[in-house]
Design a protein around this ligand. Structure first.
Ligand SMILES: [Zn+2]
Ligand SMILES: [Zn+2]
Length: 774
């Protein structure tokens, strides 16, 4: 046999052995697969902020604290300490270190038992995922598991498994949880001293817990530091510095931020271990501090709670969500999440009625709205202070939060009003059909949550795109949900940004440094809720203040109770921005309107004001309040083109108001142009405005209450007549029942059945309504 053959045979028999071993290993691997689920046990559920900061950690299902960390998020000091202490040749062996196995075997034989560990980090991982008795058989299985691990995973993977599975005493598993609970740090922030302590603990976790066994832990740490110097891993100076560091004497508490949101998210996202919220921890802290500060003076007035929501308009991300003033305050139900509580919005919905009316061309900012008593089939809204202003601009009506113009606008919007708008914007708290809420909806006769209301306002800031909001970064929002025109949103924002208004908090009036903000306050019926919601192009901030038990307090007014926190938060948020305002959309133009009627100028208007408008949409008919009349110099009668000829006459410009406003103004002593009667000899009957019957309401059904004398159940006859009219005549079922001044109120006795009432003025113009009595 030649030498070459021998070599060849030896090589081939060696490869046969290797192949046989590999085949056996592969078979064993199939027969006894690694318990993979134990490599990555169910961790603690962790809630993060948008920048990866831990906001809240929950116990894992087996009551352990586990905060998984990647290898590159672990301090290099800890990696070096663990490698030096546990397994110097970790990166060079195949899971088992033959040198130390032989050394251990000799030691074991001489001791007559298994004394020496000889465990590599891989073997320790194998033991952690499958704890066994320390017998020879146990060791064999451990060695086999180590080979499996080494074949399946990289060295770094195995080291990461070690760091995440190692026990650190009690129910603390892995360096992630240990770093937080012992040092209140993340694993990347550990010092050399911290690292030495954490490298020591897993060896005997319950004996070396620093919070319970201070001296043993200190000794173990110092021993490791000595090892590290001996190995040349740290310098003597570093050692001296580390030795001087104290070791923890008690456990730190884990982060417990945004408790309301994190608790509810943990419940709804039970399946996910890591919940990355859209919250910005800095903004959250700012909102919490500002709310707590503003609640201090309110507590003495019996107002105990509040909530705040901050939304980043561009992304629709919720940056802060404060559920209550103090989560732990049991007496004021601090655990309730006020941002998700359903409350009456008070006046906070009004801007949506104005925006819808602007976008449909029903109004422009200076349009005159009637603020006079109205009656919608028995419903007559009253203003906050019970007074009326007669005629106000839309802008003033909105910023002064007048109820009557808001209800009138809401009624004018008809079938496609604020209710439909809210449903389309995704408001989830309107369970009933529209009829259930009726016209009082716009005054807060419904429920909203602060979160959804703030999100609705951020739709204004997004110039009509009402996409909703996100709390978790994995949530998908629709690309766009355009519910209003950019022009209407821009104009409403301008209307809401004025400073000269009653709900600007007193303390802020002098502060010139607040950025330009569009805002609205609201106070619910019975003063149970105070709201303040405001926005800039970047942020929308919503503040609610009140009591969770719904107790009303006289001091609870949106402007006083909730607006200071709103301005405080917005000012702080905008401090480092350039405070830019919205860019005027190209569809917005500016025009001159009559300063009395708010309508485009006619030749008779005396003065003008400037307003933004939407060409092609905004009301375009010219001022008809200022009219030119011709008066007979001798008789004083008004003349028209049919009866003017042959008279000596003067021309005069007068203000002519709609009948209901004219009547109200006359009744309330406002100076109203008395327009003389029309020339009785005129061949044409004037086709002007007929009287407007305010009561009884058309098609109204009056229900007689039994047992009450009809004398106490009389029906009011009330009409508004043009200021040209002198007298009105009332007919009930064709019979004249009264004749007198239009400002006079008349009552009739109700009779069962269907009736019709006619009101005629002295120029022959008449209106009629039908009503019934049951
Ligand atoms: Zn005018
Ligand atoms: Zn005439």
């Amino acid at each position: 046999m030649r030498r070459g053959d021998l070599h060849l045979r030896a090589t081939s028999s060696l490869s046969a052995v290797v192949i046989t071993v590999l085949v056996m290993l592969a078979m064993l691997d199939v027969l006894f697969p690694l318990p993979l689920q134990n490599l990555r046990p169910k961790p603690s559920q962790i809630v993060f902020d948008r920048n990866g900061r831990i906001l809240r950690v929950f116990l894992a299902p087996d009551d352990m604290w586990r905060i998984p960390v990647e290898l590159d998020s672990i301090s290099p000091a800890l990696k070096r300490a663990v490698l030096a202490h546990e397994d110097k040749y970790f990166y060079y062996h195949f899971g088992i270190n033959p040198v130390s196995v032989i050394r251990a075997m000799i030691a074991d034989m001489s001791a007559g038992r298994f004394a020496q560990g000889a465990s590599t980090i891989t073997m320790q991982v194998a033991r952690m995922i499958e704890p066994r008795e320390r017998t020879l058989g146990g060791k064999m299985v451990e060695a086999f598991r180590s080979l499996q691990l080494e074949l399946k995973y990289s060295k770094d993977d195995i080291l990461a498994f070690y760091f995440n599975l190692a026990p650190y005493g009690g129910n603390i598993v892995g360096v992630g949880a240990a770093s937080y609970l012992y040092f209140n740090k993340s694993a990347i922030q550990l010092s050399i001293g911290d690292a030495a302590l954490l490298a020591a603990i897993p060896e005997s976790p319950n004996r070396l817990r620093p919070d319970l066994r201070h001296d043993s832990a200190l000794k173990a740490r110092d021993r490791i530091l000595c090892e590290l110097v001996a190995e040349g891993i740290i310098s003597p100076d570093q050692k001296a510095e580390a030795l001087s560091e104290p070791i923890p004497t008690e456990l730190c508490s884990l982060p417990f931020e945004i408790p309301h949101l994190s608790t509810s998210l943990a419940r709804t996202c039970r399946r996910s271990d890591r919940i990355t919220t859209t919250i910005d921890a800095d903004v959250q802290r700012l909102a919490e501090e500002m709310l707590i500060k503003e609640l201090v003076p309110l507590r003495s007035q019996g107002i105990s709670n509040g909530s705040v929501v901050v939304i980043d308009n561009k992304s629709c991300d919720v940056l802060a969500l404060v559920g209550s003033g103090n989560f732990f305050d049991k007496a004021s139900h601090g655990e309730v999440n006020g941002a998700l509580s359903r409350r009456s919005p008070g006046s906070a919905l009004k801007p949506f009625a104005y925006a819808l009316a602007l976008s449909r061309g029903l109004i422009s900012p200076l349009s005159i709205l009637g603020d006079v008593p109205v009656n919608y089939c028995g419903y007559s809204p009253k203003n906050y202070d019970g007074k009326c202003l007669g005629a106000v601009t839309a802008k003033d009506a909105l910023t002064r939060s007048l109820n009557i113009p808001a209800v009138n606008l809401s009624a004018a919007l008809g079938e496609n009003g604020v209710y439909e708008f809210m449903r389309r914007a995704g408001v989830s708290t309107l369970p009933h059909p529209k009829e259930y809420y009726g016209l009082p909806l716009i005054l807060g006769g419904c429920e909203v949550t602060l979160l959804e209301l703030t999100s609705m306002y951020s739709g204004f800031a997004n110039l009509g795109d009402f996409r909703g909001f996100r709390l978790v970064t994995t949530d998908q929002l629709p690309a766009e949900r355009r519910l209003l025109s950019a022009e209407a949103c821009y104009i409403v924002s301008e209307m809401l940004a004025g400073r000269n208004r009653p709900d600007l908090p007193v303390s802020r009036e002098l502060a010139a440094d607040i950025p330009k903000v569009a805002w609205k306050t609201g106070t619910s019926y019975g003063r149970r809720d105070a709201w303040s919601i405001g926005y800039t192009p970047r942020f929308t901030v919503g503040v609610w203040v009140g009591n969770f038990n719904g107790r009303g307090v006289p001091e609870l007014v949106g402007s006083d109770a909730a607006a200071p926190a709103l301005f405080g938060i917005i000012s702080a948020l905008e401090e480092n921005t350039n405070g830019a305002w919205f860019v005027e959309p190209p569809g917005v133009d500016h025009r001159q309107v009559c300063s009395v009627s708010g309508m485009p100028l006619s030749e008779y208007c005396a003065s003008a004001r400037d307003e933004p408008c939407i060409p092609g949409v905004s009301p375009s008919s010219r001022c008809d309040t200022h009219q030119m009349i011709t008066v007979d110099k001798r008789t004083g009668y008004v003349l028209c083109r049919h009866c003017r000829t042959g008279h000596d006459c003067d021309e005069r410009i007068v203000e002519q108001w709609p009948v209901e406003m004219a009547t109200w103004m006359q009744r309330n002593g406002y100076p109203v142009d008395r327009i003389p009667e029309h020339n009785p000899r005129c061949p044409k009957v004037m086709a002007g405005c007929a009287p407007l019957i305010n009561s009884p309401q058309a098609n109204c059904v009056y229900k007689l209450r039994r047992g009450v004398e009809t004398d106490y159940q009389k029906i009011l006859l009330d009409a508004s007549a043009s200021n040209r009219a002198g007298k009105v005549f009332w007919f009930l079922d064709g019979e004249l029942v009264h004749c007198g001044a239009s400002t006079q109120r008349v009552f009739i006795e109700p009779k069962l059945g269907v009736h019709f009432v006619v009101c005629t003025d002295d120029e022959g113009r008449s209106s009629e309504v039908r009503f019934s009595v049951k």
